[in-house]
Design a protein around this ligand. Structure first.
Ligand code: NAD
Ligand code: UDP
Length: 326
C-alpha cells in the first residue's frame, strides 16, 4: 500500500485516478481548489477511509505535513475555454503550483508524476508527434498560458530530477474524454455530446478538418498508474493513436445518440492546432500500455453519463435507451 498525493484530484481525470488508486488499496490525499473541479466528482470517494480531501490552491503551497510515496500533479485548468478565462491562474499553477508539488515530492523522497500535454507540440510540423519532437508553440498567443505553462512545468520537473535527484516522470496527455467532463466545460466531446442530447446544433469550429486523437479516460488512467509505478522519467505520450477529424466526430456523436441535431460552423479559435496524433511507441514498449476502448464505445459511455447528468428525456437511440446507467 502507498500513500499518494493527487493535486487536481477533484477534476475529470483526477477523480478517476483517485478512484483507481483507492480501488487497489492506496491511501489518497486529494488537494483541489474546485476552480474547474467539482465536489460531486469525489463525493463517493469521501466515504472511503483511504481517501481524504484538502481544499487548497496549490499555487500558494501544498498542504502536506506527512510522508507520501508519490505525488501526482494534475492541478491545472485543461479545457481551452477554462484556461483562456483563467490565464494568470493557469500560469501560476503550472509554475508555482508545480514547484510546490515538486518540493513536496523532494521533501518526502516521493515519486513525482507531472501531467503534461500534447499542447507542448503546438501546431506540429511533425506528424504523428513523438516525444523527440520539440514542438511549434506560439509563445505569446492566448493559448501560450497553457502550452508554455506546461513546457515550463516540464523544464522545472527535469531540473528537480537533475539538481535534487527527485524520481520524476512526465506524461504528455492527448485529448481525453469520458464521464465527469463538465457538460459545459467547452471541450469538443463534452460540447458535442451535450448539444446532441439537447437537440441543439453541434458547433464545429472552422471547417472541421482539424484532427484529434481521442482517448477514453479509463485507458488514460491505466497509463497514468503504469507510469506512476515505474521509474521512467519520460516524457511519454499517453493517448489513443486513432486520429479523427472534428467533422467526423460530430457525425459520430449524432449517430450514437440518435440525435436530430444539425451541425453549424463557428469560427476556429486562435492558434487551434490543425492535427494531433500521438506516437505511442514509448508507452507501449516502456510501460506495456496501449488504449483498448474504441471511440464508439467510449462515446456511448460518455453519452449515458451526460444524459443522466443533464436529466434529459430518454434517448431515441435503441442502444442507449435499452442500456440505462444504474
Ligand atoms: P479538469 O479541469 O477537470 O481538472 C483539473 C483540476 O485541477 C480541477 O479539479 C481543478 O479544480 C484543479 N485545480 C486547478 N488549479 C488548481 C489550483 N491552483 N489548486 C488546486 N487545484 C487546482 O481537467 P482534466 O481534464 O482533469 O485535466 C487534468 C490534468 O491533465 C491537467 O493538468 C491537464 O493539463 C492534463 N491534461 C488533460 C487532458 C485532457 O484531455 N483531459 C489533456 C492533456 C493534459
Ligand atoms: N471544437 C469544436 N467545437 C466545439 C469545441 C471544440 O469544433 O464545440 C474543436 C476545437 O476547435 C479543436 C478540437 O475541437 O479543434 C478539440 O478541442 P478541445 O477543446 O476538445 O481540445 P484541444 O485538443 O484543442 O485542447
Amino acid at each position: 500500500m502507498s500513500r499518494v498525493l493527487v493535486t487536481g484530484g477533484a477534476g475529470f481525470v483526477g477523480s478517476h485516478l483517485c478512484e483507481a488508486l483507492v480501488a487497489r488499496g492506496d491511501e489518497v490525499i486529494c488537494v483541489d481548489n474546485f476552480c474547474t473541479g467539482l465536489r460531486d466528482n469525489i463525493v463517493d470517494l469521501e466515504s472511503s477511509p483511504l481517501f481524504s480531501f484538502r481544499l487548497a490552491d496549490v499555487s500558494k503551497g501544498v498542504p502536506l505535513e506527512e510522508p507520501v510515496d508519490a505525488v501526482v500533479h494534475l492541478a491545472c485548468p485543461a479545457s481551452p475555454p477554462d484556461y483562456l478565462a483563467m490565464p494568470l491562474e493557469t500560469l501560476a499553477v503550472t509554475s508555482r503550483g508545480t514547484e510546490a508539488a515538486l518540493e513536496s515530492a523532494n521533501r518526502w523522497n516521493a515519486r513525482f508524476l507531472l501531467a503534461s500535454t500534447s499542447e507542448v507540440y503546438g501546431e506540429p510540423l511533425v506528424h504523428p508527434q513523438s516525444e523527440q519532437y520539440w514542438g511549434n508553440v506560439h509563445c505569446t498567443g492566448p493559448r501560450s498560458v497553457y502550452d508554455e505553462g506546461k513546457r515550463f512545468a516540464e523544464a522545472l520537473t527535469m531540473a528537480y530530477r537533475r539538481v535534487h535527484a527527485v524520481n520524476t516522470g512526465i506524461v504528455r496527455i492527448f485529448n481525453t474524454y469520458g464521464p465527469r467532463m463538465r457538460p459545459e466545460d467547452g471541450r469538443v466531446v463534452s460540447n458535442f455530446v451535450a448539444q446532441a442530447l439537447k437537440g441543439e446544433p453541434l458547433t464545429v469550429y472552422g471547417d472541421g478538418s482539424q484532427t484529434r486523437s481521442f482517448c477514453y479516460v479509463e485507458d488514460l488512467v491505466a497509463g497514468l498508474v503504469r507510469m506512476l509505478d515505474s521509474d521512467e522519467s519520460g516524457p511519454i505520450n499517453l493517448g489513443n493513436p486513432i486520429e479523427r477529424t472534428v467533422a467526423e466526430l460530430a457525425e459520430l456523436v449524432i449517430s450514437i445518440t440518435g440525435s436530430t441535431s444539425t451541425i453549424v460552423h463557428n469560427p476556429l479559435p486562435v492558434d487551434d492546432p490543425s492535427r494531433r496524433r500521438p506516437d505511442i511507441t514509448l508507452a507501449t514498449t516502456l510501460l506495456q500500455w496501449e488504449p483498448t476502448v474504441g471511440l464508439e464505445d467510449g462515446l456511448e459511455r460518455c453519452a449515458k453519463w451526460t444524459r443522466q447528468r443533464l436529466d434529459l428525456m430518454p434517448l431515441q437511440s435503441a442502444f442507449l435507451s435499452s442500456t440505462q446507467v444504474d
